[in-house]
Design a protein around this ligand. Structure first.
Ligand code: NAP
Length: 478
């Protein structure tokens, strides 16, 4: 029996994707470096569909129809290269190698070029939705060649999540585009969680509302424009009581969060692209600060806050909801803007409406808002920034008064709100007639002869700061 797809790497994600393919009627050849995982999967779930057990990569390749489709789901990094190296000599022209793990898009670009030179397709696909998504329907962001998608796409679309019957899987662009889009998705996910955390902290430390009561507030919020998976599970986590102590669960969890993965990659890449994703960056830094537990302990002893004992304004809960919504919108706007910058840099034809549509179901940032975002980019007249789309320009404008009150209150009370505040600064920075970058340019010209442009004349100029301070035309060094 020929299998339509082979999966190598049967830890939780690979196993669940393999089961998802099998449950959708495909025959799936199974392989794992240690055979025990293959056998465990077959013992527990072999009845769910049609599987072919293999022990070696050669057996896996032999089990597949042509062109072969081999999906790698091993630990990201060197293990992916090791598997590719062992696999490639066994394959033939036109075969498709798929990496569905969380690989860095630059690795995917390198691997795609190397395999293309051998006549093989290499497809990096971003998969979001965690273990459950992999089994029941993830959001899938495939890159690689268009030709490989013709062969692979229908299978991926079959196992993907659906929104209104539409699969959350579409070819997003060549080589590393799929992994890039997944990386930015994860960056937005960091920001989404951070703004929820800031709202929780404001309600708790500012308004004195405990976790159980907040669970009810988040449940309410989930019925409106904030409706999303992350708001839904926030209510669940805040409502949970620790069985061991009877305390709110959130109070027994150590308050430091890791930040080593795709969030960090997003920020590094944004810095290289010159893309102002301040909300995502602040989210990554907030996790980094949370992990500096020793410094935090010392800071509590030696640093003074001079907090003001202001009362939270009336309607504070609703203000916080609006500030959360506005900050979240900014994070999405920044992430999508970064996708636009990457499209230019890497020659990808990224369609923001289609990408937003992929995130509507199956993935961690799934939200009602994404349907609106998709519509904002769907017409012929695409906004240069999500916030300029009429629906969002109006929505964020309506939230601005509450947003300013919340940030001002947080500052007075000494509650850190890095994403609420930086998102408002981004919003104000975008709108500002004159930015102090003019002064920055003046300083750069004085200390480094970096030159500047004038508001009233074409060309590039330099002032002879060390001489008579006259101005000369200069070569453009911007
Ligand atoms: P994982 O813990 O990242 O990796 C374990 C798998 O990799 C095992 O099958 C292991 O084989 C195999 N492996 C490791 N080194 C290998 C090598 N040198 N050669 C061959 N096989 C090797 O597994 P996972 O959690 O299922 O994640 C897989 C990928 O999906 C990762 O890229 C991850 O970042 C990504 N991802 C995970 C999630 C999630 O929720 N877990 C969500 C989205 C994406 P042995 O059994 O023989 O050790």
């Amino acid at each position: 029996m020929s299998a339509q797809i082979g999966v190598t790497g049967l830890a939780v994600m690979g196993a669940n994707l393999a089961r998802n393919f099998a449950r959708n009627g495909y025959t799936v050849a199974l392989h794992n470096r240690s055979v025990a995982k293959t056998d465990a999967l077959l013992a527990a779930h072999g009845h769910e569909g049609s599987f072919v057990r293999t022990e070696t990569l050669a057996e896996l390749v032999d089990a597949l129809e042509r062109p072969r489709r081999v999906l790698i789901m091993v630990k990201a990094g060197a293990p992916v290269d090791a598997v590719i190296e062992a696999l490639v000599p066994l394959l033939e022209e036109g075969d498709i190698v798929i990496d569905a793990g969380n690989s860095h898009y630059e690795d995917t670009r390198r691997r795609e070029a190397a395999l293309a030179a051998k006549g093989l397709h290499f497809v990096g696909i971003g998969v979001s939705g965690g273990e459950e998504g992999a089994l029941l329907g993830p959001s899938i962001m495939p890159g690689g060649s268009r030709a490989s998608y013709d062969s692979l796409g229908p299978m991926l679309e079959k196992i993907a999540a659906r929104y209104d019957g539409v699969p959350c899987c579409r070819w997003v662009g060549t080589d590393g585009a799929g992994h890039f889009v997944k990386m930015v998705h994860n960056g937005i996910e960091y920001a989404d969680m951070q703004v929820i955390g800031e709202a929780y902290d404001l309600l708790r430390s500012g308004a004195g509302i405990g976790p159980a009561e907040q669970a009810g507030i988040f449940t309410e919020w989930n019925k409106g424009e904030l409706s999303s998976f992350l708001i839904e599970i926030t209510a669940e986590v805040l409502g949970h009581t620790d069985a061991r102590t009877g305390a709110p669960f959130v109070d027994v969890v150590v308050d430091s969060a890791g930040q080593k993965g795709t969030g960090r990659w997003t920020v590094v890449s944004a810095l290289e692209l010159g893309s102002p994703v301040s909300g995502i960056a602040e989210s990554v830094f907030a996790r980094a600060l949370s992990s500096q537990r020793d410094q935090r302990a010392t800071a509590r002893q030696v640093l003074t806050g001079h907090e003001q004992q202001v009362a939270v304004p009336e309607g504070f809960v609703e203000d916080v909801r609006q500030a959360l919504f506005a900050s979240k919108l900014v994070s999405y706007a920044q992430g999508l803007d970064m996708l636009g910058a990457a499209a230019k840099e890497y020659g990808w034809d990224l369609k923001l409406d289609e990408i937003a549509s992929l995130w509507r179901a199956g993935c961690i940032i799934r939200a009602e808002l994404l349907d609106e975002i998709m519509k904002a980019y769907a017409g012929g007249d695409k906004p240069a920034n999500l916030l300029f789309a009429p629906a969002f320009a109006g929505a964020i404008a309506a939230a601005v008064p509450a947003w300013r009150r919340v940030v001002a209150t947080a500052v007075a009370l000494g509650i850190p709100v890095p994403v609420f505040a930086s998102s408002l600064a981004y919003y104000d920075g975008l709108r500002r007639d004159r930015l102090p970058a003019a002064l920055t340019q003046g300083l750069r010209d004085l200390f480094g002869a970096h030159t500047y442009r004038r508001t009233d004349a074409e060309g590039t100029f330099h002032t002879l700061w060390g001489g008579d301070k006259s101005e000369i035309e200069a070569v453009d060094t911007h």
